[in-house]
Ligand binder design. Structure first.
Ligand SMILES: [Zn+2]
Length: 291
């Protein structure tokens, strides 16, 4: 019944927690006009448990709810956001024994305006790097290194991905590339599980095209790099140069290709000790995200 989750419980680790059926919060990401990934944090009201700290909007789960439903209900109450505009993704469960907290990954294309209720002093869209600088709720601080979603630029070898899907692309390479790029635009600002299982949030998408696909129209939300004709530079060269440039800017790159030679070149860019890594994943991972 409504509100039957409200109450204190002691977990097997000896902590006191709010939520007799456990609790859930929303780790909500968006991408701002400058292309920077942001997430919504709540500055908790002074009267609340661990008042004055920062954490995720959320709260206790009622017995009839699933965790995603509970997180959404609490977030709508606490932020005034329209739940229909929030896309929920995978979850992370922090199980203390006798009580658990579920982080629900979610995203929305842009940082939306919020409205405070009495549980919050402020609601702020912070960058991922700004989060540890705030005085965090101890439970959130403990899981932050595990739940943190790495802002990532997706760098797509479009010819390789198109060629990996036997959908008749050989009849119309330009059309197949156009369809792929349109679908890629929908991945901006989405929170996904990376190839290593860790959470990532896609801040931007860059695609390299070549050959017959060079003249595809510019899609929304995808930066297209067109391999020049007859200058001795291949699509692999263009993609490797782009990856090097992004790494130099401090961007974390996830490159999508099954091409072994290209994989080796990209892996060399991301040698340990560098400021960021280039991870490489095959087209199947990407195709699993597309409609
Ligand atoms: Zn506990």
């Amino acid at each position: 019944m409504d509100g039957d989750g409200n109450g204190w419980v002691e977990c097997r680790r000896g902590h006191r927690h709010w939520g007799v059926h456990g609790a859930a919060g929303l780790l909500l990401h968006a991408v701002d006009d400058a292309g920077v990934v942001r997430l919504l944090l709540q500055h908790r009201a002074e009267w609340s448990h661990h008042g004055g700290t920062w954490g995720l909007p959320g709260g206790a789960r009622d017995s009839h709810e699933d965790v995603v439903g509970a997180a959404l209900r609490e977030v709508v109450e606490e932020t005034g956001l329209d739940g229909h505009r929030l896309r929920t993704r995978h979850t992370f469960v922090d199980d203390h024994g006798g009580w658990s907290y579920t982080t629900v990954y979610a995203d929305t294309p842009a940082p939306l305006a919020t409205a405070l209720n009495r549980e919050s002093v402020e609601l702020v869209w912070l960058t991922v790097d700004e989060v540890p600088d705030r005085p965090l709720h101890p439970g959130f601080a403990a899981t932050w290194p595990q739940v943190r979603a790495a802002p990532t630029t997706l760098l797509v070898d479009a010819a390789n991905v198109v060629g990996s899907r036997p959908d008749g692309w050989w009849h119309d390479r330009g059309g197949a590339a156009t369809r792929l790029l349109d679908a890629l635009g929908g991945l901006r600002a989405t929170t996904v599980r990376g190839p290593d299982g860790g959470a990532r949030v896609i801040g931007s998408v860059v695609a390299v095209v070549e050959g017959a696909a060079r003249s595809v129209p510019d899609p929304v939300w995808v930066a297209v790099l067109r391999t020049p004709r007859g200058q001795g530079r291949s699509g692999d060269d263009v993609l490797t140069e782009a990856a090097a440039r992004l790494v130099a800017e401090g961007t974390t790159v996830l490159a999508v290709t099954a091409d072994r030679g290209l994989r080796a070149r990209l892996t060399d860019l991301g040698r340990p000790g560098g400021p960021t890594r280039v991870d490489v994943v095959g087209p199947r991972w990407l195709l699993g995200l597309l409609p």
